[in-house]
Ligand binder design. Structure first.
Ligand code: NAD
Ligand code: AHE
Ligand code: ZN
Length: 378
């Protein structure tokens, strides 16, 4: 049923690098919407990218956050797939499953476009916001269809992956973005096969999830590449066989990798968002068949380039959103893998904080270069 407006605390981004803990009003869910009590939220690099003004779709004021675990508080009219009390992971890639959705019907993609336009505009599918500043009623934009830097949020029903309530939401929240993306990039977007050689550029949670999934897929050699050597320990624990710091290479990193592997790597992944690294990853891919996957999100105005000869000679350039994972169908399965001890998540969580106010501390910690994932439990 539809309830009352809830007043709660949220981390509101008022402008570039200006986040303040603020009392907000969260309106009840409208038809097809769900109001969630957010239990825990992990910060992803993309939250910082939008906060620092790099996102062409970024709008202020907004409530960031898109990697969370939550409990359904109430549902709007017509909602049937979840009910109050259900545990969910809100997903920025929805899955409408409507008979006329050619994207949901295709096994080739997870990019359901049903609510993408309004989601990019920072509003609910009906074009309005459920958030307002409590003191003066100013509307606040939503973000990526999630806005989980708030004790309560409203999302579309088609964005809610219902998960096994036995799973700790303060751990499986990582499946709301980073880990799912890296795992899906390896398993689905590129389908790394046993015996492959792999290069992962950028060893944050997304890159480490690529390493973890490549190891599980039976990759023979996994190069872990980062300019911050503090990341190598975790990469080796997740299954990397070799580490490389581009700042210590005499040659450009792609030349270094090609010369050390003869022809390059079967699969490479950009997990940095840096377009020069995307180029290096493509050019480090194997002559004749190497595939390079863009995962990182580049700042507004950035473009990728390479000599077409790189593609003519058999390299493929692909990309992925949320690892090609269909949210409502496949995220619950990843949660089950976690519960069956087949997908460890604890090693990613290097920092934990308590209370929505600690979002501020988590943001500070993210800038230290020591964080893989910082989870804030509300
Ligand atoms: P992160 O900041 O935790 O990790 C990035 C890593 O890249 C860091 O370890 C950093 O030291 C390293 N790095 C930076 N510059 C480098 C360089 N020149 N060479 C090698 N390594 C370098 O970020 P994250 O949360 O793991 O996210 C990684 C990227 O993926 C971000 O761009 C993020 O926006 C994007 N992302 C995309 C998707 C998607 O669906 N496509 C999903 C999640 C995140
Ligand atoms: N708003 C940016 C695009 C950002 C982007 O590419 N986001 C990724 C997810 S990042 C998760 O941490 C994504 O899923 N993209 C597909 C989509 O539909 O947004 C811009 O450039 O406008
Ligand atoms: Zn993310």
């Amino acid at each position: 049923g539809t309830g009352e407006t809830i007043e709660c605390d949220a981390a509101v981004a008022f402008g570039v690098d200006d986040v303040r803990i603020t009392k907000v009003k969260v309106a009840p869910p409208r038809p097809g919407e769900v109001r969630l009590k957010v239990v825990a939220n992990a910060l992803c690099h993309t939250d910082l990218y939008t906060l620092e003004g790099s996102d062409p779709e970024g709008r202020f004021p907004c409530i960031l956050g898109h990697e969370a675990g939550a409990i359904v508080e109430s549902v709007g009219e017509g909602v049937t797939s979840v009910k109050p009390g259900d545990h969910v992971i809100p997903c920025y890639t929805p899955e409408c499953r409507q008979p006329d959705c050619i994207f949901c019907a295709s096994s080739k993609t997870n990019l359901c476009p049903r609510i993408r336009t309004t989601q990019g505009q920072g509003v609910m599918p009906d074009g309005t916001s459920r958030f307002a500043i409590a003191s003066d009623g100013t509307p606040i934009h939503h973000f990526m269809g999630c806005s989980t830097f708030s004790e309560y949020t409203v999302v579309a029903e088609i964005s809610c992956a219902k998960v096994d309530p036995r799973a700790d939401l303060a751990t499986v929240c990582l499946l709301g973005c980073g880990v799912t993306t890296g795992v899906g990039a390896v398993r689905k977007t590129t389908a790394v096969e046993p015996g492959s050689t792999v290069g992962v550029f950028g060893l944050g949670a997304v890159g480490l999830a690529c390493v973890q999934a490549a190891k599980a897929a039976g990759a023979r050699r996994i190069w872990a590449i980062d300019t911050n050597p503090d990341k190598f320990g975790a990469a080796l624990e997740f299954g990397a066989t070799d580490t490389l710091n581009p700042s210590e290479c005499e040659k450009p990193v792609q030349q270094e990798l090609v010369s050390r592997t003869t022809w390059g790597l079967d699969y490479t992944f950009d997990c940095t968002g840096n377009t020069a690294v995307m180029r290096a990853a493509l050019e480090a891919a194997h002559r004749g068949w190497g595939t390079s996957c863009v995962i990182g999100v580049a700042a507004a105005g950035q473009e990728i380039s390479t000599r077409p000869f790189q593609l003519v000679t058999g390299r493929r350039w692909v990309g992925t959103a949320f690892g090609g994972i269909k949210s409502r169908t496949e995220v619950p399965k990843l949660v089950n893998e976690y519960l069956d001890d087949k997908l460890p998540l604890a090693p990613y969580i290097t920092h934990r904080f308590q209370g929505v106010g600690a979002i501020m501390d988590a943001i500070d910690a993210m800038h230290s270069g020591k964080v893989l994932r910082a989870v804030v439990t509300y």
